[in-house]
Design a binder for this molecule. Sequence first.
Ligand code: AP5
Length: 215
Amino acid sequence: MRIILLGAPGAGKGTQAQFLTKKYNIPQISTGDMLRAAIKAGTEMGKLAKAAMDAGQLVTDEIIIGLVKDRIAEDDCKNGYLLDGFPRTLAQADAVTDAGIQIDAVIEIDVPDSEIVKRMSGRRAHLASGRTYHIVYNPPKVEGKDDETGEDLVQRDDDKEEVVLDRLKVYHELTQPLIGYYKDQAAKNSAITYITVDGTADISDVEAAIISKLG
Ligand code: AP5
């Protein structure tokens, strides 16, 4: 099963990825988490990525495509994977198509911008695992602590309102065109399932809608 999760920043891709990876027993490949890990480790790539991420801009296609190619060549990706935050530009989507990778499902999580800004201010993240919570909609069992490790949760630097607005602008300009791109691919190739779910519903209802529409 090879799945792509599409949606604006904060639409709930990471949240739904936690359920989907368990259901299909496939790894989550989150380019955002991989970049944050590189920043934390102080690698050259991390240094290059940090400035773009702090400004709400995209990291270059060249870096991202190389990162994902290496990751999907690993053993645990043999039976499939879930791409979260990739592809994010037409050049990245073309790289997937040109590599001959057969995508089985594209899941679009639809949330209006006004709701996104509200959500981001309440998001808390466990950076080591990528698990995310919300102080109101999806609180951890113990305030400020990750459910599985008990480690501290933090607010991401790029969740400040002014950066979120920039990220949304970039999303509409560069990533939203992928909706048409994959709808076209699904129309031409019956092996690809394209579904859209209402991401403003409760987290468990979004999950149920995805499972029911995927069949
Ligand atoms: P990345 O980490 O991928 O961020 P993003 O796509 O902007 O997505 P987020 O992780 O912010 O949100 P999400 O959709 O996963 O939402 P979540 O589930 O957490 O990328 C960060 C940066 O890295 C980019 O800006 C860019 O610079 C760079 N980058 C990454 N990939 C790249 C690429 N391919 N090319 C170039 N650059 C790249 O949910 C959000 C909040 O809402 C949480 O608090 C959650 O608990 C809550 N929530 C979720 N669902 C619901 C619901 N149904 N109801 C109420 N609350 C909900």
